[in-house]
Design a protein around this ligand. Structure first.
Ligand SMILES: Cc1ncc(COP(=O)(O)O)c(C=O)c1O
Length: 382
């Protein structure tokens, strides 16, 4: 089993006079390109439509909008710029504050900074590890313009109370769904609940285009703004006319071709993840010192990464057929860049976050409290 999983902690072997280590690197994820990816990419090459126009862009955008259950989808070159585009569409700028969960990838907070605005961190719910809706209101000020919700590791955030608090205070809600393609909240696809939502198609994501992103919304005005910002600010009614400063954030037809093929097999990709998660749940449920990921009764978890919390006192080790690779998310406000954002706020004010991500920063323990468990290995996309 160990070799099947690519795990081998054995001593170096001798080959001639050269010691060769038998240790293998285990990637966080590897893309599964098992559908029409190659055929569609070859079609781009044969037709020479390899830049940011072409039939696959339109087809992928339409198919992804349908997949999420929304009217509009605009492709872009990664999930970070998708967040930037969403914030630009709301006109976020210097002086504004945007609520962001403490436990997320750095891109969520970076996108707020790109606009010259400030991320304001809110701690996590202890069960789902997503933003705790009950703690949001206390962080809202006269400068708060919106909330970015992250569906961490594939489990949806509790959207109803978040939408209520946003409505009460006149705030927008962006769903950062980079890690949760196809997840559901109360029977609705995530990405269709907030005002605007963003996805990543990086190589380790549930669906990939190599590098890529998508912004989806039901709001035609927001969609039009996103399209203009991603295309250098180009006036949709006048060629080579640029009334605003935009960006070149476009996706290529080649990337969209891969994305369309991935989307055609979305149910299969998600089904496989859920099967593997069930396998882990069953095999790990009696392991002392492990907190396994949940699936709340209102949620469909797509298990982007099967992540556990290790209790470093009670943890007694797990079977050698699996391994734990380390912390998937670092505490964002411990990152030097973001210490300013929490000026005057003791780290103790984020107790749940500390528990979930403590290990990365504990000086005398090498055991991560947040770990990713792997079953397969191939190419590196971590
Ligand atoms: C929650 C979250 N937001 C945003 C991003 C950024 O996506 P990308 O790497 O495509 O820029 C990621 C990527 O891992 C992510 O996990």
């Amino acid at each position: 089993m160990a070799s099947q999983l690519g795990l081998d902690a054995g001593a170096p072997e001798e080959k001639g006079n050269t010691p060769v280590t038998t240790r293998k690197f285990i990637p966080v994820a590897a893309p599964m390109l098992v559908g029409n990816e190659k055929a569609y990419v070859m079609d781009c090459l044969d037709s020479t439509w390899i830049s940011s126009s072409g039939k696959y862009i339109e087809q992928f955008e339409q198919a992804f909008a349908d997949f999420c259950g929304v009217r509009y989808a605009a492709s872009c070159c990664n999930g970070t710029v998708a967040l930037h585009l969403a914030l630009l569409a709301f006109g976020i700028g210097p002086g504004d504050e945007v609520v962001v969960p403490t436990l997320t990838y750095v891109a969520t907070a970076n996108a707020v900074k790109y606009c010259g605005a400030s991320p304001v961190f809110v701690d996590s719910d202890p069960e789902t590890w997503n933003i705790d809706p009950a703690l949001i209101e206390a962080r809202i000020t006269s400068r708060t313009k919106g909330i970015i919700v992250v569906h961490l590791y594939g489990h949806p955030a509790d959207m109803d109370p978040i939408m209520s608090v946003a409505k009460r205070h006149g705030l927008f809600v962006i769903e950062d769904a980079a890690e949760a393609h196809g997840a559901e909240y109360k029977g609705r696809r995530i990405g269709s609940i907030g005002d605007i939502s963003t996805f990543s198609f990086y190589g380790n994501k549930i669906m990939t285009t190599g590098e890529g992103g998508m912004v989806v919304t039901d709001d035609g005005t927001l969609a039009a703004k996103v399209r203009q910002f991603k295309g250098q600010g180009w006036d949709p009614n006048r060629r080579y006319w640029f009334p605003i400063i935009g960006y070149n954030y476009r996706m290529t037809n080649v990337a969209a071709a891969i994305g369309l093929a991935q989307l055609e097999k979305a149910d299969w990709h998600i089904g496989r993840r859920r099967e593997v998660a069930e396998w882990y749940n069953e095999n790990l449920k009696d392991t002392r010192g492990l907190t396994l990921p949940v699936e709340k009764e209102w949620a469909r978890n797509v298990y982007w990464m099967y992540t556990v919390i290790l209790d470093d006192k009670n943890y007694i080790g797990i079977d050698h057929t699996i391994c734990i690779t380390g912390s998937a998310v670092y505490p964002i406000y411990f990152i030097m860049l973001y210490t300013r954002c929490v000026n005057g706020i003791e780290t103790n004010n984020y107790p749940i976050y500390r528990i979930i991500s403590r290990s990365s920063y504990s000086s005398n323990s090498r055991i991560p409290t947040t770990g990713i468990i792997h079953r397969t290995s191939s190419r590196n996309n971590d």
